[in-house]
Design a protein around this ligand. Structure first.
Ligand SMILES: [Fe+2]
Ligand SMILES: [Fe+2]
Length: 145
């Protein structure tokens, strides 16, 4: 891969790392804040998803380093607090945004012939889609609602 292509991929993955850092912190906050509300199963979901995002963070960061870049510490905006329903709506919004952003990065990796990055992103985006489904089901929404 040419250096300028490599730099484009690194920049895309750095954006992804920031999104994952935001998601991890948002889920952890919701995990702590939901302690005061009812709903133990939801509290466990927040913690479980935070761990899932941590695994994505690791994959993205390792790939950045393999390409010769540095993972950022910049954190995407975090939405926290409010009612349980608001927290879940905010989390659903974050998951939907991640799906959109990662799909554009899949296209970028494909166009530059970076199969390793593309396959990694495809695996992660399929997990984000499961997160979207989970919150849509929890809220009783139909897809896209
Ligand atoms: Fe993630
Ligand atoms: Fe997710």
């Amino acid at each position: 891969m040419q250096q300028k292509d490599r730099d484009q991929i690194i920049a895309a993955l750095q954006q992804d790392v920031s999104l994952e850092l935001g998601a991890i912190i948002q889920y952890l906050w919701h995990h702590y804040l939901a302690e005061g509300i009812e709903s133990p199963p939801i509290i466990d979901l927040f913690e479980g998803l935070s761990r899932s995002e941590m695994k994505h963070l690791e994959k993205f960061s390792e790939r950045i380093v393999a390409l010769g870049g540095l993972p950022p510490t910049r954190i995407a905006p975090v939405k926290k607090g409010g009612t349980l329903k608001k927290m879940i709506r905010d989390d659903l919004g974050g998951e939907r945004n991640a799906v959109v952003v990662y799909k554009t990065h899949i296209k970028l990796a494909a166009s530059l012939g970076d199969t390793t990055t593309r396959l990694m992103l495809e695996e992660i985006v399929s997990e984000e889609e499961q997160h979207v489904d989970l919150w849509e089901t929890t809220l009783g929404l139909k897809p896209g609602e």
